[in-house]
Design a protein around this ligand. Sequence first.
Ligand code: ATP
Ligand code: MG
Length: 722
Amino acid sequence: MDVSHLLDELNDAQREAVTGDAGHLLVLAGAGSGKTRVLVHRIAWLIQVHHVSPMGLLAVTFTNKAAGEMRARVGELLGIRPEGLWIGTFHGICHRMLRMHADEVGLPDTFQILDSDDQYRLIRRVIRDMELDEGQFPARAMQGLINHHKDEGRRPENIEHLDNPHAAQQVAIYRYYQDYCERSGLVDFAELLLRTVELLRDNPARRRHYQERFGHTLIDEFQDTNRLQYALVRLLSGEQGRMFVVGDDDQSIYGWRGARVENVSDFVRDFDPQVVRLEQNYRSTATILEAANRVIDHNDDRMGKNLWTEGEAGEPIRLFAAWSAEEEADYIIARIQDWIGQGGSPSEAAILYRSNAQSRLFEQVLLREGIDYRVYGGQRFFERAEIKDAMAYLRLLHNRNDDPAFERVINVPARGIGERTVERVREQARSRKISLFAAASELIAAQGLPARAGKAIESFIEKINMLDEQTANASLGDTMSAVVRAAQLGEWYRGREAPDRAETREENLEELVRAAESFEQPAEDEQAGLAPLASFLAQAALEAGEHQGQSWQDCVQLMTLHSAKGLEFPLVFMAGLEEGLFPHQKSVEEPGRLSEERRLCYVGMTRAMQRLYISFAESRYLHGQRILSRPSRFVDELPAHLIEQVRPRQPAAATQTGLGARPDSSADHGLRLGGTVGHQRFGIGTVVSLEGQGDNARVQVNFEQAGSKWLVLAYASLERLD
Ligand code: ATP
Ligand code: MG
């Protein structure tokens, strides 16, 4: 058999990794050096040359999108779609295992995944149920804490709080929440992993089964695995399984979410792998690569590696200093228009930013200019209110015990069920330890509710039961369509929102029906005996973060730097390189975090293949204030000889770019260095620096509470207090 195509287009080091015979292998290499390519070729190599059954391979990547691409690439290399091959994210793979062994881990067959918004609402409800002070136990913080415990493999009974009453109360919240989830058949993201780890740890037969099945485990982006994921990998591979791990310590960007770059050195210690280093970058021009290398050089906590390229120097990196964030957006979209004008395609262009909120300005300009675009992350399809409403109905059909779904739609659309009535149902559910749906049914049977409210609840319960009967044999698409019709969500939104918003919501609901109609159940789910409805619900929860729309259209790509990991684009814009925004304010205050931000900068720069633009705005609206910002320290770290400064437009020109009318400000602002000023939001502070005149006048104030800020005088409405 000719397998040369599996090794063509690989350099020596890559070939060594793909064909390696050592027990375990670690590919540790920088961005764009072909790590993902090597992993894909390795899978094909094992199947074709070593005749490993696709069933015996487990491949883990970071996003569902990457998993899809990986599957397609393997299929291409082999000329067939390998059946039975498990490629997925950690969450996806754990979900599949739990579905197959639901009863062994004590979950109902109908268990539901709680996405993080549902989780937050449920925790808030728990805190209220327990009659605790939400100021002392904020739901957001509790959510973080609970997930952190789970990521570290800790159940409430494993947590020592000794005699700290506050900590003891937190554990009590965790326990209450967990009991609630158990009763309702709900599983949050962290629980997917923890349950699977417990299954494999505590059930020797299962463990042996999987260890015998998966002779090979392959993991991409290993630097961003957390403790639990590593534990899972160790359990799965056992004594015999062979590990193929690729990663780059310089691209570890999820430390804030519990990822441990130390897993790389732990892996070396635990598995004693052959280590292959790839040093040739195939993605970027020499200029882009050198600049990225120089920036990451400022981190002193690196494992250290060399990256070089045979590629041309290419164009210099363009650095654009915008007067305002609006001007920055105009500039970037104009450059995308140039690109398209020169024959480039919109999907080759990516705009990367630090935080989701930044996408709005770009979207505005793209809409104005009639350029198609897609935002990854941000308001995701499955997280929109109307979609979550419709899905809640679907979830109730599937699992009556799904309390968050019940809470969500009991009065959506409004059917005259007040908070008092719902509270009555909650009480009943609490005291009888049953679901809200069951409690509501009980109360109705016992006529334990006021007549009007009782009627309303009864008709809701009947609606769900009837829908269930009607759709018992219907396809998923027909079920979805019946749900959307019966729930009358479109009408409900039309009655309470502006026509264009309501229309968008109705379109989204139609899109949801289409998504259900065209849903193809993964073969593995079908083999696992999963109903299409259950598969669809799970996929919606797991992929909420990634998908928007269906197909890969030719449109400009907008995403956060975090979600750009692993991807590449000919034309990249990194926007908003300003102190406080990127690096993010929070990370400036913590030293370890700053190097993570710098790695994020490195990830961003190394996405670019041909052309890279970096920009910052001198002023932008933040929290309702126009704030002056300084360029990010990362801008200073770019080597000057690789940069071409695009001359900033004169401030006068900014007026035309949508900055709007600005209030007059007198040259004599009456402020003096050392003077005391008051600000509506930031409180009282001392003037430490003054610059510019008229509309350009800016002031640096050291606020007692809020710290040091640069403000534009024309907008800041400072009050002189001296
Ligand atoms: P990242 O760290 O960003 O995930 P990576 O190390 O996974 O990057 P890949 O995405 O696998 O890198 O490869 C980067 C680019 O280089 C891809 O376009 C890939 O097809 C190309 N490439 C990799 N190796 C070779 C090679 N030997 N010959 C030609 N092109 C290559
Ligand atoms: Mg990769």
